[in-house]
Design a protein. Sequence first.
Length: 182
Amino acid sequence: MQEQDTQKKNLMDLLEKNQVVKFGKFILSSGKESDYYVDMKRAITDPEILQNIAEIISSKIKQDNIDKIAGPALGAVPIATAVSLNSNTSLLMIRKEKKGYGTSKLIEGDLNEGDNVIVVEDVTTTGKSLLKAIDAIEENGGVVKRAFVVVDRCEGAQDNFSQKNIKLEPLITIEEFMKKNS
């Protein structure tokens, strides 16, 4: 447990150092106004942060017999890729919608019937985009075992996931981050 606490503290320190949480007036993708913005694109483009995230998630799943690591486009793809490389587990990328050309796939990568999958996300508010990705995986024969998010804004995602009987596991919550930095 102490190693996980150290990893969590290191992640929070890295997010703070890289000014991932910004304060002011922001409009979120949900249309809501917020006094802060979690700029995870700053985090997922930084190799040190990405490596830290990959190590934390990989250590949490090493005993789970996972076949695939999945992430919805765009923000979760670097995270899923880093976890895939760190855990030597195949990658799935979930599109927001099927493309209208080529293979017209919603899921990129080889998802087999019965594959055990974990899904990752950069930040959640209500969790709806991640739940949509989970639905796509399940509709295509995958079995979602766990769901991870780097930062949970604590605005309904946990409740939405519990209604689907999937535990959302934040690496940190915005409340923890604010408490550390107050």
